[in-house]
Design a protein around this ligand. Sequence first.
Ligand code: ZN
Ligand code: ZN
Length: 326
Amino acid sequence: MHAMVLREAGKPLDLTELPVPQPDAEQLLLRVESCAVCRTDLHVVDGELRDPKLPLIPGHQIVGIEEATNTRFGVPWLAWTCGVCAYCRSGRENLCDNAKFTGYTVDGGYAQYAVADRRYCFPIPGNYTPAEAAPLLCAGLIGFRAYRMTGDAARIGFFGFGSAAQILVQIARADGREVYAFTRDGDSAAQQFARDMGAVWASGSSAAPPHPLDAAIIFAPDGSLVVTALRNLVKGGSVICAGIHMSDIPSFPYEMLWNERSIRSVANLTRADGEQFFQRIASLRIETRRTVYPLDHANEALSDLRDGRLTGTAILDPWPASPSRG
Ligand SMILES: [Zn+2]
Ligand SMILES: [Zn+2]
């Protein structure tokens, strides 16, 4: 099979010919139909996350077919948990001390085939194509965990409007919440995209929203946005950091946190998050803006995400119909 392989952090992925992986008793063998690119893939490839498996096939938003049963499954970031640590035993397997993660500590989906522990996979609803479903598996699932942390906030700020934000804005709207989108200053294309997807207001992150926010979710990996978000928060409001990696948060006066404002991070997902997410979207039709790249153009997809050239989600197609440009 073809796979894009990370051999050393900070280096481009190599197009490599590998044997099709063999599943063990707990694993599904999937013919990968689509793999969405997440910002976390970028952090892994760029060496911002410690100790990846090397060599590594990245990618943790996999949609594939189990050919034996002709069933479509999604493979998320959480690949395996131990079931015995204090976190696993208290319903917080997202924090498992011994967890394995797809496309980070085990091989992922930048390939034509992948294996995954069936207990952590999700059946894909029949009304989504593989490319439509792929962004749901991290942007959707972990995004939804972040969204739930906002409680009953009526006005939510989204800082960074990409893959996760475009999904969550649709859920927020259906729940009767207002989303205020903050993008890089001057990125009018991203602001228009946010409005098109359902944000009531969109502007550069240095602008003040028309109303104070009840909560904010930080998707962009920029720690200074935590302080920006706090500045725009009502008393008792919360800032949720949804990404796995962020630049340092600048210091700020305690007064900004005073009055029961809070800052917290969201780490990984539990299988229950996935079940709740798919239940929540059963009555919705989540639309996403996507750019499809042939698998062997994964480095280009990562560069476009890194440099902010992408609107929406990058999708890798491991079986492009026509030969790619190489
Ligand atoms: Zn555990
Ligand atoms: Zn992800």
